[in-house]
Design a protein around this ligand. Structure first.
Ligand code: ADP
Ligand code: 5GP
Length: 202
């Protein structure tokens, strides 16, 4: 069975990663979404095991020691990490896996898993990014400024990514990502000799 695709989505806070991932998951039940661990406090409405696994710093540090993360990073003062075993098992079972992680984490994935596909989501412009962060209303003034400052540093990483997706309109952004996924699935380099032999009938 061919390995599943590992797809990474990054982008500045407020550009719409969560919104785009939700629609992408609704439309593609076969795309499995990795639930990250974090030491950040839950936002109103967020549930443990649904949005994130909410860890204490001690629990998180223990997981790092046990090599439990495929990648991890400190983002806006909190620790975030991707569960290694879960992702590896899904890929081995032929499932496509989506990670919504920051640029530091994406670079770790690229180093350890070169077949991974790195997508960068951008808002149509910076004024719109500010409006979206304001509109979401989940951060105080200081935290909003911090995220807007960090946005510039994150965007500076864009050349390390494979694809740029502009999130002007959610449906359109999702269609663009689906097109990328479809094209990547057809790459001949992704097939082993054995798989090609079977397909070519001998
Ligand atoms: P992120 O996960 O990147 O931090 P969110 O998904 O939380 O961003 O989106 C931030 C805010 O912007 C939310 O209020 C969301 O409803 C809104 N939003 C997301 N995508 C769009 C879009 N294409 N057009 C307008 N608003 C959007
Ligand atoms: P938020 O606190 O807004 O949910 O997420 C803050 C940032 O952490 C976002 O840029 C998000 O992509 C990133 N993030 C979420 N989960 C992970 C993870 O498992 N690893 C890394 N490196 N970043 C993550």
């Amino acid at each position: 069975m061919p390995q599943g695709l590992l797809m990474v989505l990054s982008g500045p806070s407020g550009c719409g990663k969560g919104t785009v991932c939700d629609l992408l998951r609704q439309r593609n039940p076969n795309l499995t979404y990795s639930i990250s661990a974090t030491t950040r406090k839950p936002r109103p409405g967020e549930q443990d095991g649904v949005n994130y696994r909410f860890f204490t710093r001690e629990q998180f540090k223990r997981q790092i020691k046990e090599d439990g993360f495929l990648e991890w990073a400190e983002v806006y003062g909190n620790l975030y990490g991707t569960p290694r075993t879960w992702v590896e098992e899904k890929l081995a079972a032929g499932k496509n896996v989506l990670l919504e992680i920051d640029t530091q984490g994406a670079m770790q994935v690229k180093a350890s898993y070169p077949a991974g596909i790195l997508l960068f989501l951008l808002p149509p412009n910076m004024e719109e990014l500010r409006r979206r962060i304001d509109g979401r209303g989940t951060e105080g003034a200081e935290e909003k400024e911090r995220r807007l400052q960090a946005a510039r540093q994150e965007i500076a990483q864009i050349r390390n990514y494979d694809y740029l997706v502009v999130n002007d309109e959610v449906q359109q952004a999702v269609l663009r990502i689906e097109a990328i996924l479809l094209a990547e699935q057809g790459r001949i380099s992704r097939y082993s000799e054995q798989e090609l032999k079977v397909l070519l009938g001998g």
